[in-house]
Design a binder for this molecule. Structure first.
Ligand SMILES: [Zn+2]
Length: 285
């Protein structure tokens, strides 16, 4: 009997070890096995300042059990196959502000398009800038109404209400209905399998980022540092670059032409996130 219990303990220990080695969360696995979405993990660990940049490539695998999940390293290789298409998605959060107009000017001069994750209460304040973003062919995306973490993350309903309200505000100005969202502060530790499934049922597409220019941390606003952060892309061939366009982000504006020129010289194509087929999100908590 004691030997039997001992064997069970060894078995459990080995399994925990195996799961750890594969960077998989077993709880996510159990949660997802009953749902129509399962996950293809695609890990790229990047630590930059205090931000946790990981990308996961979610693929719909209908009617499959969690056991069919591809180990992360294999999926990661798959991701790197897209060598012929170097793509960068410039994203600007927390606007619009008056500075957004200057950002639009730079984008115009450089003939590139970007995605703007706008905050609803600022949409109300600057409807003419929303119209300008849309008219110039950039993508409008949703970033809540209040950007107040206590309100947005108190329950799923508040989060969805704020996204829907912002979606309607944008629609009333542009007649464009956006389903592209970004969690304020990123989805890490805020999104789980259940919430993901609810958001997918509502047709939302969710995007975090894999490179941050660091202007969101609020500590260092030096344009040169912002530039260096933004161009440190490592091995990424598909980049979602996080930037901000609040009134206080003048250093980002200063760095922007150089950032765009850098990626042009590196052979990247500039796209808006509606061209990015799959969600791009951090791992579930
Ligand atoms: Zn934000």
């Amino acid at each position: 009997m004691i030997l039997f219990i001992f064997k069970i303990i060894i078995f459990i220990t080995l399994n925990i070890n195996y799961i750890y080695k594969n960077y998989l969360s077993i709880m996510e696995g159990f949660m997802l096995s009953n749902q129509k979405y399962s996950i293809n993990y695609n890990y790229n660990y990047d630590f930059k300042e205090d931000e946790f940049n990981i990308n996961i490539n979610y693929v719909k695998l209908y009617n499959r059990k969690i056991a069919s999940i591809t180990p992360p390293l294999i999926t990661n290789n798959k991701y790197k196959h897209k060598k012929d298409s170097k793509v960068i998605y410039l994203t600007f959060d927390d606007g619009p502000s008056k500075l957004t107009l200057d950002v639009l000017k730079v984008l115009d001069e450089q003939s590139v398009k970007a995605t703007f994750f706008v905050v609803g209460n600022k949409v109300k304040q600057y409807p003419e800038i929303i119209r300008e973003i849309h008219t110039k062919g950039h993508l409008l995306a949703l970033h809540s109404y209040t950007h107040d973490y206590n309100k947005i993350y108190s329950n799923y309903e508040n989060f969805i209400d704020e996204m829907e309200y912002t979606q309607n505000l944008i629609y009333n100005i542009t007649k464009y209905k956006s389903y592209i969202i970004r969690f304020p502060g990123g989805s890490y530790k805020r999104l789980n399998a259940e919430f993901y499934s609810i958001l997918k049922q509502k047709n939302y597409k969710i995007y975090d980022w894999n490179i941050s220019c660091g202007d969101g941390t609020g500590l260092n606003k030096d344009a040169e540092i912002i530039y260096k952060n933004a161009v440190s892309y490592g091995k990424h061939l598909n980049i979602i670059l996080l930037m901000h366009c609040r009134q206080t982000d003048s250093s980002t504006l200063t760095a922007l032409p150089k950032i765009i020129e850098f990626y042009k010289n590196e052979g990247f194509k500039f796209e808006t996130l509606d061209k990015c087929e799959q969600d791009y999100i951090f791992p579930f908590k």
